[in-house]
Design a protein around this ligand. Structure first.
Ligand code: HPA
Ligand code: ZN
Length: 326
């Protein structure tokens, strides 16, 4: 597979990206200083020492704590612009950015502040970085459906520039069935629907996301591999699964990258793509994920082209943009 590393990477769409998960340690310190916020870490090394996760929750604890430095529209815009620049350098040409409004409202940041900050950076992304973008509001599944419904209504009332909704945070014990009304309301509002399922949670959550929420795309979905009937259905319907290999290793969903099911998923005919999830926390952006897959699994040029094409086809970009990228 020597040629894999010398052939130019095809354009790729990033479909599974939490913007708050792009907050790099250096930016955390810079924003803390700008906002006169005292961090519980003396320096960068002390912060970086916390990036050893044992499961999803251990990551979420740090991820939510670090958001404390995001106070102003400018903070959200700076974080977003830094991600777009880095993603573009790694070959990303289209991105569907998730953000977690409830994580900001609950600590006293106005919905307008977080949404407008992220959206303002996305609005200039094509011109600045050659990256087309869509914004997805993700809801925290460990909070109530009432809270999610309230925030969705506020987003609709303010005509927030969102293309769809997602579902993230602590999965086990918070099944998709908890959010049926939320997804029905989003569908009625003409929004696209995605959901995390089958990351730490069981294969049954993937069925629920499809059948109860009408999810058009599944974030992660790796645990489908435990259920052959589910794999058969996902293949038949070509349901997009946005897989995040480095994330799965860092959150111990798989032991090592060598044990990652991505090659088996490709071989099974599943519609998988490669994504970074929370690149500042998991050791890499989309290009880093591809590079390590090539190194560990010998991902071929053909596999790589197929993964890139899957990402573009599975995006919510308009047909003209898809055609440009395919
Ligand atoms: N899983 C669930 N929730 C999340 C993640 C994730 O990987 N990243 C940010 N919120
Ligand atoms: Zn995620």
């Amino acid at each position: 597979f020597g040629e894999s590393t010398t052939t130019a990477a095809p354009p790729v769409a990033e479909l599974h990206l939490h913007i708050e998960g792009t907050l790099q340690p250096e930016l955390i310190f810079a924003l803390a200083e700008r906002n006169a916020i005292e961090l519980p870490y003396a320096d960068l090394d002390e912060l970086r020492a916390r990036y050893e996760f044992t499961d999803l929750q251990s990551f979420l604890d740090l991820y939510y704590a670090n958001m404390a430095v995001l106070r102003t529209e400018q903070d959200f815009a700076d974080m977003t612009r830094a991600y777009l620049a880095r993603a573009a350098a790694g070959g990303v040409r289209h991105v569907e950015v998730m953000m977690d409004p409830q994580a900001h409202i609950s600590r006293g940041v106005a919905l307008e502040t977080c949404v407008n900050g992220v959206a303002s950076a996305l609005a200039t992304s094509v011109g600045e970085f050659g990256v087309s973008t869509l914004l997805i509001a993700a809801f925290l599944r460990d909070m109530s459906e009432e809270s999610a419904l309230e925030v969705l209504d506020q987003l609709l009332a303010m005509k927030a520039p969102i293309a769809g909704i997602g579902l993230d945070s602590a999965e086990v014990g918070n099944p998709p069935s908890k959010f049926e009304r939320l997804y029905r309301r989003a569908a009625e509002a003409g929004l696209r629907r995605i959901a995390h399922a089958g990351e730490e949670g069981p294969a049954s959550y993937v069925y629920e996301a499809l059948d109860l929420l009408g999810a058009e795309r599944i974030d992660h979905g790796i645990r489908c591999m435990e259920d052959p009937a589910l794999v058969e259905r996902l293949v038949a319907e070509q349901v997009p699964l946005t897989v995040c290999p480095l994330s799965n290793v860092r959150l111990r969903a798989v032991d090592t990258l060598a044990d990652h099911p991505l090659p088996a998923m490709l071989a099974a005919g599943l519609n998988v793509s490669v994504n970074s999830d929370d690149p500042a926390y998991f050791g890499g952006y989309v290009d880093d994920n591809f590079e390590q897959l090539v190194a560990v699994h010998g991902l071929s040029v053909g596999d790589r082209a197929r993964l890139a094409a899957n990402s573009v086809r599975s995006s919510f970009a308009d047909e003209a943009r898809k055609a440009e990228l395919l």
